[in-house]
Design a protein. Structure first.
Length: 475
């Protein structure tokens, strides 16, 4: 599944989505990005933890799909109505309902939610290869449909934001039909009944996870909406500039997500069995620290060249400054994926929720001030400050709850790795070549990342034992 995702999704992000922005311009794509973020804010209402609940129940007893499939479908239809009412009620004063493509984006979010749920039936039956293929079916179809819009010469299929959203709708709908077909094949005899008590039980059980997801989504996504509104007539353009760097940041954050999905069951196992979590925590922390630092040092140094290579921006210097702030977020976000996963495994929900509520309020306040004064750059600064705040809070909680102590040698190892990465990036442009042409720039990136494993070896942050703990071989 990881291989398939790394093959298809990067091509969608950098081959299709980026090309669409380059062809339509910052302003048109910026408005799409703002409205997409707005609809995504409330996406948790469409699921509310039903996917995880269904996966767990059906995996334990495959026959439960006969009862749960129609029941959860009914629950999701109820949530669908709530989602639409809430989105429409808030979108109206924001002026988003005047944009026809918002209706398509709303349907896309709904179809995506149903697709993820239906796939949980397939993974619960341990049909992992089929689930992996279905997980990228929508993106594969989008690549085909959007590729036709971008590169065909058919006058009736002109690339516009509306047609771009419509192509995604078609891909999601076909994927929905395919997922529904395979889910129904797993059933024997569907049992149609509506049990409100069951709905309440599931919702109560999953409420902490849903609330945490909503709060995190808010301070991750609200910046795009606020930027488009607070910058007035220049809002769509500023949001488009912001989307350029955000696209790269979001792709990098998937690394932390994948690591967290590995660490969560390991942390949970250790905690349930009252075993020491510190070895696994240190392994996970070292891995993500080395990845984030090495990537940030390199991409931040070459941020102008990267933005110039990827985008046809009218102001590459400004776009690279915005990207710089967003790129720095990769460090606190990456570490939060490790520390936050530990707190989640330990079920410290109350502490996490209180902190996230304050983080959301802080992020909104910072965005309000910084966006008004600095535009997209201010939105990047607000995000960075919020993420650093979250990292400090979660670190303090973890140190206190798990009695973690740092020693001078370990801090020296971390600082030494940072120093070596900075040294590498400083000497490479002088030693390799002096120009900044595309081939030279790519060669510089390759040479830099060749040095990174040596930095890791010298500092001793990642060893074979670290990797064994990471994948649970040593258990």
């Amino acid at each position: 599944m990881v291989f398939v995702n790394f093959l298809i999704k990067p091509f969608w992000v950098f081959g299709i989505d980026r090309t669409v922005q380059n062809q339509l311009g910052e302003a048109d794509y910026g408005l799409y990005f703002a409205i997409f973020n707005f609809t995504y804010l409330f996406q948790i209402l469409l699921d509310f933890g039903f996917q995880n609940y269904n996966n767990r129940e059906v995996a334990a007893d495959n026959s439960k799909i006969d009862e749960l499939l129609p029941t959860i479908f009914s629950f999701k239809m109820m949530l669908l109505v709530v989602y639409l009412i809430l989105c429409i009620a808030i979108a109206y004063p924001l002026g988003y309902l005047s944009k026809p493509f918002i209706w398509i984006i709303l349907v896309n979010q709904i179809l995506l939610s149903f697709n993820i749920y239906l796939r949980s039936n397939i993974s619960a039956h341990q049909q992992f290869i089929k689930d992996a293929l279905l997980s990228v079916l929508d993106k594969t179809l989008m690549i085909v449909f959007c590729g036709i819009l971008i590169w065909s010469n058919i006058s009736a299929l002109k690339l516009t934001i509306f047609n771009f959203a419509l192509a995604q709708l078609l891909a999601y709908f076909i994927t929905f039909l395919v997922c529904l077909f395979f889910s129904l094949r797993l059933t024997d005899k569907l049992v149609f009944k509506f049990n409100f008590l069951q709905f309440k039980t599931i919702a109560t059980e999953t409420l902490p996870y849903a609330l945490i997801h909503f709060l995190m989504t808010t301070y991750y996504r609200i910046d795009g909406v606020m930027l488009e509104k607070l910058q007035g007539t220049n809002g769509a353009y500023e949001t488009g500039i912001y989307a350029q760097g955000y696209r790269i940041m979001e792709s990098l954050n998937n690394i932390g997500y994948l690591l967290a999905s590995i660490l969560l069951p390991l942390f949970a196992y250790k905690i349930v069995n009252k075993q020491d979590v510190k070895p696994i925590l240190k392994s996970g922390f070292n891995i993500i620290f080395c990845i984030t630092v090495s990537v940030i040092v390199c991409l931040f140094y070459y941020r102008f060249e990267i933005m110039d290579l990827l985008y046809k921006s009218t102001d590459t210097v400004y776009a690279s400054d915005v990207f710089g702030y967003l790129l720095l977020n990769f460090f606190p976000v990456g570490l939060l994926y490790v520390i936050g996963t530990l707190l989640t495994a330990n079920k410290n929900f109350k502490t996490m929720i209180y902190t996230l509520v304050f983080a959301v309020l802080l992020n909104i306040a910072l965005n309000f001030y910084l966006i008004k004064n600095f535009g997209a750059k201010g939105a990047g600064q607000a995000t960075l400050i919020t993420q650093i705040f979250m990292l400090i809070c979660y670190s303090v909680y973890s140190f206190s709850i798990f009695n973690i102590k740092l020693n001078f040698k370990y801090i020296a190892q971390l600082l030494a790795f940072v120093g070596l990465c900075l040294f590498d990036i400083y000497i490479i442009p002088k030693e390799v070549v002096s120009s900044t042409e595309t081939k030279t720039f790519l060669l510089q990136l390759v040479v830099y990342f060749i040095f990174v494993p040596f930095n890791i070896y010298i500092t001793g942050l990642i060893t074979m034992d670290t990797l064994k703990l990471k994948v649970g071989v040593a258990e």
